[in-house]
Design a protein around this ligand. Sequence first.
Ligand SMILES: C[S@@+](CC[C@H](N)C(=O)[O-])C[C@H]1O[C@@H](n2cnc3c(N)ncnc32)[C@H](O)[C@@H]1O
Ligand code: SF4
Length: 233
Amino acid sequence: MNHTPLGKRRWQLVQVEISIACNLECVMCPWTCERECARHEGLMPESVWRAIALHLDRIASLDFGGGGEPLLHAGLFDRMAEAKAAKCRVGFLTNGTLMDVDAVETILEIGVDWVAVSIDGATAEVYESIRKGAKFETVCGNIERLAARRSEGRPRLMINFLMMPATIHELRRTVRRARRFGEKFGIEVTQPWFQPEEKPVCDQDPRTALFVRYDGKMALHQSRHRRAEFVPW
Ligand SMILES: C[S@@+](CC[C@H](N)C(=O)[O-])C[C@H]1O[C@@H](n2cnc3c(N)ncnc32)[C@H](O)[C@@H]1O
Ligand code: SF4
C-alpha cells in the first residue's frame, strides 16, 4: 500500500490521551480531580481509538500522552503498532514506573520513535517527595534498561523535568547526570534553551495539531467557516 508522505499529511500531530488514570499521586498534578470522576475508568475506549485509526493515513505523528499514565492502558502497544503500520511516528510521555523488561522489549519491537520520562529531581529525596508512590531507583533502572537496549538511535529518549520551587535547585545536577548517562550509553545529549523565546506560533501549531481526550472529546482549531475537519464522533 502507498502511504502519503508524512510532510503532506493533514494533521502533523495528534495527541491521543490514551489514559487519564494514573498509578501515582504527584503533588503538582492538575488532573487529579478530573481523574476522580472520569468515565471508562479513565482509559480511552476502543470505539474512540477506532474513530482515530480510520484517519491514520492523514496523521504524521501521534503522541500517546495526556493527563494520565499511558502504560496503564493494556492496548497502548497494539495501538502504537497500528499507527506504525500506517507509517506514522509514535511516542509517549510516561512516569517510567511501569516500563519493565516486557515493556522495553515491546517498545523496541514496534519501533516506537520516542519515549519521554518525567523525572523531577536528581535525588530520591526530592523526586519521591513530589512523585508520590514512585521509587527513584526503580525509574532510573527502567530508563537505563531502555537506554542499554536501544539501537540506531531509536527510540529517542527524553527527560521531562518540571521546574518548580521544590525542584529547581536540582536542575543543574539533573542535567549533569543526564550527560554522564549519555556518555555511559553512547547517547548524544542535548538540552532545550532555557530562555523563553517569542514565537508567532508554538511547535504544536493548532492549525495542524489536535488533542483527543480519553473519552473522545477533542480540542480543534476551527476555521473561519467553523467546520470540524476531522472526526465527527
Ligand atoms: C500529566 S503527566 C502525564 C504523563 C506521565 N504520567 C508523566 O508524569 O510523565 C504529563 C506531564 O505533565 C507534567 N505536569 C504535571 N503537573 C504539572 C503542572 N502542574 N504543570 C505543568 N506540567 C505538569 C508532568 O511532569 C509530565 O511531564
Ligand atoms: S505520574 Fe503524571 S499523570 Fe500521574 S500524577 Fe504524576 S504527573 Fe500526574
